[in-house]
Design a protein around this ligand. Structure first.
Ligand SMILES: Cc1ncc(COP(=O)(O)O)c(C=O)c1O
Length: 395
């Protein structure tokens, strides 16, 4: 392991040198089924020929000019994202945390416009919004915050999936101006609202309308086809005021977006927000190609194969004290006890996935995974889990 790198990650002892579709190959030529997609990034799989061609072609034409000038590819991408989402306007950034920073700035502007001097944003327990100072302060995980105090002010936290707690907070905190929430919590282990996405989001929408708050959805992980629709909120009839997204938007090329609609549409004016790299011709060209491929079948595939995968895992793991949950290609498998040793066992068996909050296996496979690949993943992973839970025995 390199000592020249800051040790911010407890990296696994493997290095991948190439990929194709859902497969990765390490430096010794071993193949791995990648059920993590670079943490929900490479939805179209690795080394997609159309993505590779778009990058190569655009790199030979024009990479970067800055936001001081018009960028036609950026305008085209903004229009495309507004079409797929029903939102009105876009700002492009480079990472999920940065997109959320943009959303938080919008919330504060909305508060000041309402005459609230110290506006606050309602955030959730077990949430994850990034590693910058504002986004780690918004994050509902003390491990992410520890050592970085003083945290950024202006966050009020309630449990996820608890409308009554929000109503109580509304009474106690007139300074609230927005809610920032992941429709499905990702990093804390694929947590869906128990009342269902439509009921939860509709209730949040109503509360935001009643109190003149912005409804801001962090779709950094759930966006770009991951759950089988372009954005997770599209499983419901609501339209948020702000959506942040990143990860899958560039299939591995860094690009993020903040989308706005309704009362959030005209909050930013000239000089109020900016970025050197965000929305470069190269990044936008890749994202345009990604969206085209998502609309051309990858998203529908994620919905269909994701549901089949979830069903297959549920069937194969029957009889064990295990819950399988998720939507599309975002699947959680909740074990009765610590599942972290499975990361190494999986890797040794050529399977890549993550474990969160100790007990929750997270699968974020490429959206393009086909039926037989999904069946292979289900078969290999459930065998691994059974062997782990019932060593030497029959479960
Ligand atoms: C929901 C959510 N928001 C924000 C982020 C931060 O994104 P990034 O790592 O690109 O800054 C993540 C990353 O995992 C995420 O899952």
């Amino acid at each position: 392991m390199s000592t020249s790198l800051m040790p911010t990650y407890a990296r696994q002892p493997v290095a991948f040198v190439r990929g194709e579709g859902i497969w990765l190959e390490d430096e010794h030529g071993r193949r791995y089924l990648d059920a993590l997609s670079g943490i929900a990034v490479c939805g179209l799989g690795h080394a997609h020929p159309r993505i590779a061609a778009a990058i190569a072609e655009q790199a030979q034409t024009l990479i970067h000019t800055s936001n001081l000038y018009r960028i036609p590819l950026q305008e085209k991408l903004a229009a495309e994202l507004c079409t797929v989402s029903g939102m009105t306007r876009c700002f492009f950034a480079n990472s999920g945390a940065e997109a959320n920073e943009g959303a938080l700035k919008l919330a504060r502007l909305h508060g000041h416009r309402r005459g609230i001097a110290r506006p606050a944003v309602l955030v959730m327990e077990n949430s994850f919004h990034g590693r910058t100072l504002a986004t780690l302060s918004a994050t509902g995980n003390v491990k992410v915050q520890k050592g970085f105090e003083p945290l950024v002010d202006g966050f009020i936290r309630v449990p996820f999936d608890d409308i009554a707690a929000i109503e109580k907070a509304a009474q106690e905190h007139p300074e609230i101006v927005a809610i920032l929430v992941e429709p499905i919590q990702g990093e804390s282990g694929v947590r869906l609202p128990a009342q269902g996405l439509t009921t939860y989001l509709s209730a949040l929408r109503q509360l935001c309308d009643r109190h003149d708050w912005l409804l801001m959805l962090d779709e950094v992980q759930t966006g770009n086809g991951r759950t089988g629709r372009y954005f997770a909120f599209q499983h419901s009839p609501i339209l948020p005021d702000v959506v942040s997204t990143a990860k899958g938007l560039g299939n591995g090329f860094p690009i993020a977006a903040v989308l706005v609609a309704g009362k959030a549409s005209d909050l930013f004016g000239p000089g109020m927000h900016g970025t050197t790299f965000g929305g470069s011709p190269l990044a936008c060209r890749v994202a345009l190609c990604t969206i085209e491929l998502l609309r051309d079948g990858a998203m529908d595939n994620a919905a269909r194969v994701g549901a089949a995968l979830q069903q297959s895992l549920t069937a194969r793991l029957q009889g064990l004290d295990i819950e399988v949950t998720g939507l599309g290609m975002m699947i959680g498998i909740i074990l009765p006890g610590d599942a972290t040793p499975l990361i190494e066992r999986g890797r040794e068996a050529g399977l890549l996935f993550a474990v969160s909050a100790e007990r929750r296996i997270r699968l974020l496979p490429p959206l393009i995974m086909n039926d037989s690949e999904a069946e292979e993943l289900s078969e290999r992973l459930s065998r691994l889990i059974r062997d782990f839970l019932t060593p030497g025995g029959v479960a």
